[in-house]
Ligand binder design. Structure first.
Ligand code: GAL
Length: 380
């Protein structure tokens, strides 16, 4: 009797280790979130692609602290049918042990996103790429491609986008402005005005524009866009990708010049485009921002902080930074996905998922300790 009790107990423990949280159909923002391997989901600054009945979550695959001073070994992937339970699919883009490549251990790979190209049948991954030993100076974007959603992805190259191209919303008069950084004191009102007017855009015209925090967005007509913090993180660029999604078409706009937006996440509802973003305070959270436009390459209008609730939550975006807004397949419902960064142990950074709700026709985010998808049945 004693032995059979022991046996049942061991089987139960083994089951819970392999399928932790089985049957728990809830999101608990900020809690550890074990996947099928029993470990906390290790994809950060990521995004989700829905394909053939499953959700695929890609993100920064972080290594435990001080792993030979290397913070990541590439882009990780998990998959799920229901958004609550995730299967670890492995590392989709592995940083190779190749010192001749820009993609080499010790480089920074952040905020990766994957999209599917219906015309070519290929999966395309873009990511923020900083070069080994250069901090955040390089400000490049990298691209990789695969025939299979989970990978392995083949790294193509990294670049600074739109070299030799002016944005669609930058006038001839602005293009010929001769003002340079030298004559300006950093952060002075004159400097801010000059930055807003494209000081860094002009500086980087020939070599290509800086690309740091990034996301991708595919519109209903199949056109895809690469959206990133540019111009020393002071201005966002929305750039159209080529039809195969592997390059920049040369069409792009500056968005909210001088407003210093990072962590952009784009979604579309009833023909209108929305963006959640953050300010620029590194790993520390700051008040969230939102904006709206009726055209993806149009006039983006700021809507203010989308967070609702107590002061602390509103000031810190629930202690998180946006990374993606997930549209639940086949619905007009959306989930805010954010990272609660733990810079001292990035692998343990927490996932903050909250429902996007609507207030006077505008998207807002509220805190829930625990919630599930049934919340959306109350939405109109
Ligand atoms: C944040 C950015 C993160 C990461 C971090 C490094 O501003 O959103 O993705 O780059 O800085 O300090």
């Amino acid at each position: 009797m004693k032995n059979s009790f022991k046996l049942i107990f061991s089987i139960a423990i083994a089951f819970l280790t392999v399928f932790p949280g089985k049957g728990q159909n809830n999101f608990e923002p900020g809690a550890t979130w074990p996947a099928s391997d029993g470990k906390h989901i290790n994809v950060h600054g990521g995004g989700i692609l829905f394909y053939h009945g499953r959700y695929y979550w890609f993100g920064e695959h972080r290594l435990p602290k001080n792993t030979e001073k290397v913070q990541t070994d590439g882009v990780g992937c998990y998959s799920s049918k229901d958004l609550y339970h995730w299967k670890y699919e492995g590392v989709s883009l592995m940083i190779p042990n190749d010192t001749t490549s820009l993609l080499t251990p010790g480089c920074v790979v952040e905020r990766p996103k994957v999209i599917y190209n219906k015309k070519t049948g290929k999966f395309v991954m873009w990511f923020h790429h900083e070069l080994k030993g250069q901090g955040y100076k390089a400000a490049m974007t990298g691209v990789a491609v695969s025939n299979k959603i989970t990978g392995p992805y083949r790294y193509i190259h990294s670049l600074r986008p739109n070299a030799g191209q002016w944005p669609l919303n930058y006038s001839k008069e602005q293009q010929s402005d001769t003002l340079t950084e030298r004559s300006l004191k950093k952060w002075s009102p004159e400097w801010k005005e000059a930055v807003k007017n494209g000081l860094f855009l002009r500086r980087d015209f020939e070599g290509g524009q800086m690309a740091r925090d990034m996301t991708l967005f595919v519109d209903d007509n199949g056109k895809a866009y690469h959206i990133h913090s540019s111009e020393e993180n002071q201005t966002l660029h929305f750039s159209e990708l080529t039809d195969d999604y592997l390059g920049f078409s040369g069409l792009y706009i500056r968005v909210l010049p001088g407003d210093a937006n990072e962590a952009p996440a784009i979604f579309k509802k009833e023909g209108k485009y929305y963006m959640f973003s953050s300010g620029t305070t590194g790993w520390a959270p700051n008040p969230g921002r939102s904006a709206m436009s009726s055209d993806i390459l149009g006039n983006w209008v700021p809507l203010g902080n989308p967070c609702r609730g107590n002061e602390k939550n509103v000031k810190t975006t629930f202690a998180s930074q946006s990374t993606h807004v997930l549209q639940i397949n086949g619905t007009e419902n959306f989930i805010y996905m954010g990272d609660r960064w733990k810079p001292e142990e990035l692998i343990d950074s927490r996932h903050i998922w909250l429902p996007v709700e609507w207030e006077d026709g505008l998207p807002v985010i509220k805190w829930y300790d625990k919630w599930n998808l049934s919340i959306f049945s109350y939405e109109k």
